[in-house]
Design a protein around this ligand. Structure first.
Ligand code: G6P
Length: 362
């Protein structure tokens, strides 16, 4: 059953492995073969009335929101931004004329997110909750709800809920973009592209021994590590860094690759691991030179690169997918790096110290 570990030593590894199947479930739930999108028409019409989408979430869900915001802008032409729930609840930005709120939450119970939901509902604004938990508080209290279909996620570190949140946000962006007759949405064959992404994710989980070996070379006894990337690879770096720090206790930061030289590069010393995502055509060369700058200061560099941009010396090659979905494949090696680093240290991968699966206090 879905809530047994089966032959897996930890739920985290099982849940990493399930991600291609989760993508296929999202395809089955929302994307019929005729090219349409099965999303509540009332939701799409309400969202069409909005002039700005405020995506509000915490932790890993916030990182999925950062990816989603770009999808809504690029596919549906709707200005969108992601916010941390704990900040937004008490320090709201100046809102647009017709705001629409998207609450992203695996558990549907996070107190920081609920606080925002209650406040914006009181202000009279429409709210959609995307959650993995049908019947959860956030889904009951919202005007609209969409299910992630990731199945029960037991490990404290979120993996399959992150990729599901990206997939379901892509579904809604596609539905809105088609309703608005945006060329970018009509050209986005999401059913096909999510299937390609699922196959790419499968290739990566099948090659997990390669990641295990790299972790053996890069991670022993490290106190600090960095993930860097530009464009879509920047929010991906934030999530990759969170995975590594929360399960392995290696202090890890995610940085915009171009910003390193404006301060953070001072932290790079002999053998500091610096891991770069390179999936974005426009900035691949820049990120490569940023990575070399760290290598010149002693860093132990590791490149995670899309197939069409890969060079023979790159360490991890990501199967090519639609660039709007690059995080779906990019995150898999980072989840595995986090898992094997924690495992190598003999830690309880599924229950990192000080963390809870859902945090019901503000
Ligand atoms: C907790 C968990 C994180 C999670 C965050 C948001 O801090 O440890 O893994 O990302 O809450 O949870 P949610 O259920 O709202 O997505």
């Amino acid at each position: 059953s879905e809530i047994s570990k089966g032959t897996y030593p930890y739920y985290m590894l099982k849940e990493i492995d399930e991600q291609p199947a989760v993508m296929r479930r999202i395809v089955d739930a929302y994307l019929p073969a005729d090219g349409s999108v099965s999303v509540d028409p009332a939701l799409v019409q309400a969202l069409d009335q909005a002039d700005r989408l405020y995506i509000v979430a915490a932790g890993t869900s916030y990182h999925a929101g950062l990816v989603g915001a770009r999808l809504f802008e690029e596919v549906a032409g709707l200005p969108a931004e992601a916010y941390l729930a704990s900040e937004f609840g008490y320090h709201m930005p100046l809102l647009s004329q017709h705001p629409f709120f998207l609450l992203l939450s695996q558990s549907g119970e996070t107190a920081d997110s609920r606080e925002v939901l209650v406040k914006v509902k009181k202000m009279g604004y429409p709210v959609l909750t995307m959650t993995n938990t049908a019947g959860s508080t956030l889904s009951r209290e919202a005007d609209y709800t969409m299910l992630l279909h990731a199945g029960p996620e037991i490990a404290v570190a979120s993996t399959k809920a992150y990729t599901a949140q990206i997939g379901v946000q892509a579904v809604l962006a596609k539905a809105l973009g088609m309703y608005r007759q945006q060329p970018a949405a009509n050209d986005f064959a999401l059913r096909h592209q999510l299937s390609i992404a699922a196959a790419g994710m499968q290739t990566l989980v099948d090659e997990k021994d390669q990641i295990k070996n790299l972790v053996g070379q890069y991670m022993p006894d490290q106190h600090d590590a960095f993930y860097i990337g530009r464009g879509a690879d920047y929010p991906l770096s934030l999530e990759a860094a969170l995975k590594l720090k929360e399960v392995s206790y290696v202090h890890t930061e995610g940085f915009a690759a171009g910003e390193l030289k404006h301060g953070t590069i001072a932290l790079i010393s002999e053998d500091t691991p610096v891991l770069a995502f390179i999936t974005d055509d426009a900035t691949a060369a820049h990120t490569r030179s940023n990575l070399q700058e760290t290598e010149a200061r002693g860093a132990h560099t590791l490149s995670i690169v899309s197939e069409h941009l890969a060079e023979p010396t790159d360490n991890i090659v990501l199967p090519d997918v639609d660039p709007r979905l690059s995080a779906l494949v990019g995150i898999i090696p980072a989840q595995l790096i986090a898992y094997y680093t924690a495992l190598g240290k003999g830690l309880d991968v599924d229950k990192p110290r000080n963390l809870a699966k859902s945090v019901t206090v503000e």
